[in-house]
Design a protein around this ligand. Sequence first.
Ligand code: FES
Length: 79
Amino acid sequence: INNLGKKKQVSWVNKSLMKNKPKIADIYTKEDISKIIDKEKKVAYCRCWKSQSFPFCDGSHTFHNTVTGDNVGPLVLRE
Ligand code: FES
C-alpha cells in the first residue's frame, strides 16, 4: 500500500519517486528551459523514473539497463 492508500502494482513504471502525489507533472516555461540550456547547452530529461534528480537524467538508466536488459534513455534537448 502506498502513501495514497493504493495497492502497489509490480507493473508500475514509477516505483519510488514522489509517491505521495496523485500525479507527477512538471511544467517548464520557455524561460525556465532557456536558463537550463544556456548553462549546459543541453538538458536531458529522465524517462526511466530512476533518476535521483528527476525530472532530469542523472545517468541511472545505465544501471537499470544493465540489470534488466531494458533500453531506456533520456530525452535530450540541445540548443
Ligand atoms: Fe532516467 Fe537517465 S536517469 S533516463
